[in-house]
Design a protein around this ligand. Structure first.
Ligand code: NAD
Ligand code: DAU
Length: 355
């Protein structure tokens, strides 16, 4: 029986990872460490709540004593680190929490992991892994004709969010180089899928379309992102955890570059087919709003290292993944209602006052 300590396992990607792991590995146990910020939602974990294989701890990754106790009690073979402040717009409005969790929190977790790892016997220490989940945003912004980001693209973060993630990546790298901690780092592109908090583009557009609200597209809508279905990200992380080379970084992407406007049009067309309005198209709700400050123009990711070395490939196309996602939101109005807490409503009122 293996034990994994997962941070941020009540968030979007973390909850998908936890559910997926426990579905596949019946003998394993996950210790899920999450502060439950506005983005953490235990309802996403309903399928595993109460199971002894899922131990939930409401803990801040900045709390060293609590991390030490969790590691000593549960003795995990790996740490998978998702916990972060993750929304770029929030990092522009209020960067402090991003420095605290993404930089100080990652540092605190690394220190706790280093101390724990240092006390393991040689065989266990050799097998231990610290997998750090990072983002393609640390590489900055591409021009229309630039090649996609590779693992050796220089860092050029442009928002407080991506700068804080870049800082955490550097700390992780240094813990391997200096102390020998067996780390792995992944850089993934934009995820979408079930349990995605509706402040991010895809769930925001689905939920606002269904509520009859304007669909706020920033700037000219021609910024480009690479999109990956969250289940494929989870498979990639499992693959890197099992077979990744210690100290290496791996890019993860879907080969699905789309402009924001293309994404919103496709979502509207899917909703027109799956939940038609009494009259007209959801496209009529699209509205162009003031651009995000410092808005990165294009992200694209070269995931060939992961494909070549470890044989990973995404299973979903953008079309199949997006259809599944829209259907999930149509089938789960209770989950959406539950996450739209008071704090979320305040954020929406501030951010989209003019939309
Ligand atoms: P999310 O915002 O949905 O979830 C973050 C989770 O971390 C929440 O459950 C929150 O409660 C928890 N958390 C926040 N601060 C904490 C703290 N101090 N201590 C403990 N828990 C804390 O984020 P997500 O979209 O699931 O992203 C997960 C990770 O993946 C992040 O590290 C993010 O940078 C990275 N990532 C995300 C994407 C994406 O498209 N969403 C793409 C690439 C990488
Ligand atoms: O690239 C990986 C990153 O993807 C992750 O590291 C981040 O955690 C994750 O939030 C995401 O960052 P983005 O800024 O790309 O995602 P977001 O959903 O906020 O925005 C996607 C694009 O849509 C971006 O170009 C901004 C635009 N947008 C977003 C919102 C919320 C709009 O046009 N309107 C909106 O209301």
């Amino acid at each position: 029986m293996a034990t994994l300590l997962v941070t941020g396992g009540a968030g979007f990607i973390g909850s998908n990872f936890v559910l997926d792991w426990l579905r596949r590995h019946h003998g394993d146990r996950i210790v899920n460490v999450d502060k439950l910020t506005y983005a953490g939602n235990r309802r996403s974990l309903a399928a595993v709540e109460g199971q002894p294989r899922h131990v939930f701890s409401q803990t801040d990754i900045c709390d060293r004593a609590a991390l030490d106790a969790l590691l000593a009690t549960h003795r995990p073979q790996a740490v998978v680190h998702f916990a972060a402040e993750s929304h770029v717009d929030r990092s522009i409005a209020d960067p402090g929490a991003f420095i605290q969790t993404n930089v100080v929190g990652t540092f605190t977790l690394l220190e706790a992991a280093r101390a724990y790892w240092g006390r393991l016997n040689a065989a266990d220490a050799d097998h231990f892994r610290f997998l750090h989940v990072s983002t393609d945003e640390v590489f900055g912004s591409l021009g229309a004709d630039d090649p996609p980001f590779s693992e050796s693209t220089p860092y050029q973060p442009n928002s407080p969010y991506s700068a804080s993630k870049a800082a955490s990546d550097h700390l992780v790298r240094s813990y391997h180089h200096t102390y020998g901690l067996p780390v792995l780092t992944t850089h993934c592109s934009n995820n979408y899928g079930p349990y995605h908090f509706p402040e991010k583009l895809i769930p925001l557009m689905i939920t606002r379309a269904l509520a009859g609200k304007p669909l706020p597209v920033y700037g000219d809508g021609l910024n480009v992102r690479d999109w990956l279905y969250v289940g494929d990200h989870c498979t990639a992380i499992r693959t890197v955890l099992a077979r990744g080379r210690v100290g290496e970084t791996y890019n993860i992407g879907g080969w699905n570059e789309k402009s924001n406007l293309d994404v919103v049009h496709t979502l509207c067309d899917l909703l027109d087919a799956l939940r038609p309005k009494a009259s007209g198209s959801y496209r009529q709700q699209i509205t162009f709003v003031t651009d995000r400050p410092g808005h990165d123009r294009r992200y694209a990711i070269d995931a060939r290292k992961l494909e070549r070395e470890l044989g990973w490939r995404p299973a979903e196309t953008f079309e199949t993944g997006l259809r599944k996602t829209v259907q999930w939101y149509l089938d789960n109005p209770g989950w959406v209602k539950d996450v739209t807490s008071g704090e979320y409503r305040n954020w929406m009122a501030r951010q989209y006052a003019a939309a």
